[in-house]
Ligand binder design. Sequence first.
Ligand SMILES: [Zn+2]
Length: 213
Amino acid sequence: MPAPAHHVSQSDLLGYVTGSLSAPVELWVACHLTYCPACRAEVELLEAVGGALLQGSSEEPPALPVLPDVDTPPPSAPEPLPVPADAVFPSPLRQRAGSLQELSFRDAGYGLRIAKVGREEGLRTFVVDFPAGMRVPRHGHRGIERGLVLRGGYAEGGQHFAVGDVDVHEGPDDQHSALIDDDGPCTALFVTEGPATAQPPWLGWLADWWLHR
Ligand SMILES: [Zn+2]
């Protein structure tokens, strides 16, 4: 499996290291880290810097690296951690929600399946299983939507997203639509701050209806 190309932002990594993220966003970051050697290295460095500062060390902390631009593959990244072929969910999600097979999915029509993972701190965490070849209707969000590909992939905005990639959208004006790869289903973890808004309101309505029940 190639290393992810779309990474968690430096501010979210910093929040992860300092423990200031909400539990759902922390879960989302932890899941990305299982796929991403570049972000793991970044976290280790931030922890080292934080540790040095806490100890009041007079030593110069290591210089903060500049995260690669989104879509730029990290240079000489080591291989991602091995993931068993049958384990679609990374371990932090498995610990929270069980396996893909154990999660309680509801059919939402059109071959789409949604499973609630939790609702806490004003955030909804859920897993969506998209059928191969599906075009996800254009939609935005009232807050931030953080996504992470767990299986399969999709094209969006001229870019491709595959396993381990994160995809973040913010606000109703950040309208996006995805075309699921046609060689198999795509499963993704989402943490959203607000209800989806869609035009037409197909997915947003559907997701809100289901998630609010
Ligand atoms: Zn990363």
